[in-house]
Ligand binder design. Structure first.
Ligand SMILES: C[S@@+](CC[C@H](N)C(=O)[O-])C[C@H]1O[C@@H](n2cnc3c(N)ncnc32)[C@H](O)[C@@H]1O
Length: 253
């Protein structure tokens, strides 16, 4: 029977399960980040943490010949990642695992590359980088996106939004210091362009939410959920010069 009273979490999952991405990003920024890593055929074991349904996992698989393990806390996202891998005949190289990125279920020193888009801030930039360091081989790379301040002005409404979402923004220079504190040599950092947010994420998400508004027309939770998403879009459009996702790339030393 159809769920007539979906929770916020149900709606979050139902909105995102069919989307290419579950957060801002693009094929171009994946390629740009990979461009800082040198020859890619050295990367035999790769982890993609907070992989969602695997949009960027599949892009990585196109460019890097090694084995990729996607990990996400939502098993339904991992099921979707596995379906994608099967459709592309990549099951021998791309696997998925439900789990928590703050408590990785892997052997220490086992990865050449740890990738993570739009997820590390859920456990804290410092906490994530420090924990993941132990799972990289010496000289292995980390490439992560994290929401960050891009200017010296930090609008209170933006601060409040991210704090309500259980996250936190720091300036790029501070995050580079954190990366170095956690045992990585700094390689590069660059901000994701606007279309990563709008065309690639907000627009498809808005379409999915419009469908859900029809499906759950009687649900107050649905209305609140849609309004909250709309506030996020408006906030971004108003203050986008001050914050954004930044790709941080480091090498474990
Ligand atoms: C904004 S989405 C990004 C997904 C995907 N990487 C992308 O860019 O399209 C963040 C993802 O991190 C996952 N996530 C959040 N906290 C997590 C945790 N503690 N452990 C594992 N996954 C987590 C969520 O389930 C979600 O799929």
């Amino acid at each position: 029977m159809e769920n007539e009273r979906p929770s916020f979490l149900d709606l979050l999952i139902e909105t995102h399960i069919g989307l290419e991405r579950q957060g801002p990003g693009s094929a171009e920024t994946v390629k740009k980040a990979l461009g800082f890593l040198g020859p890619l055929d050295r990367f035999k074991q790769i982890a993609d943490l907070g992989c969602g349904t695997g949009g960027q996992t599949m892009l990585l698989a196109e460019h890097v010949p090694g084995n990729i393990t996607g990990l996400d806390m939502f098993p339904v996202f991992i099921d979707e990642l596995k379906r994608k891998a099967k459709r592309k005949n990549l099951e021998n190289r791309v696997t998925g695992l439900a789990g928590h990125m703050e408590n990785l279920p892997f052997q220490k020193n086992s990865f050449d590359l740890i990738w993570s888009e739009g997820a590390i801030d859920n456990i804290g930039f410092r906490e994530g980088l420090a924990h993941w360091h132990g799972f990289l081989k010496q000289g292995g790379f980390v490439a992560v996106t994290c929401p960050s301040w891009l200017t010296k002005e930090h609008p209170a409404l933006v601060e409040q939004f991210w704090s309500d979402a259980g996250s936190h923004l720091d300036p790029v220079e501070k995050n580079v210091e954190i990366l170095q504190d956690c045992g990585y040599a700094f390689v590069a950092a660059f901000a994701l362009p606007e279309e990563c947010w709008t065309e690639n994420y907000f627009f498809p998400r808005e379409k999915a939410i419009r469908r859900l508004l029809e499906k759950y027309a009687q649900s107050e939770t649905m209305k609140e959920y849609a309004e909250q998403n709309q506030r996020e879009v408006e906030l971004y459009l108003k203050y986008k010069q001050h914050y954004g996702y930044v790709f941080y790339i480091g090498r474990a030393i």
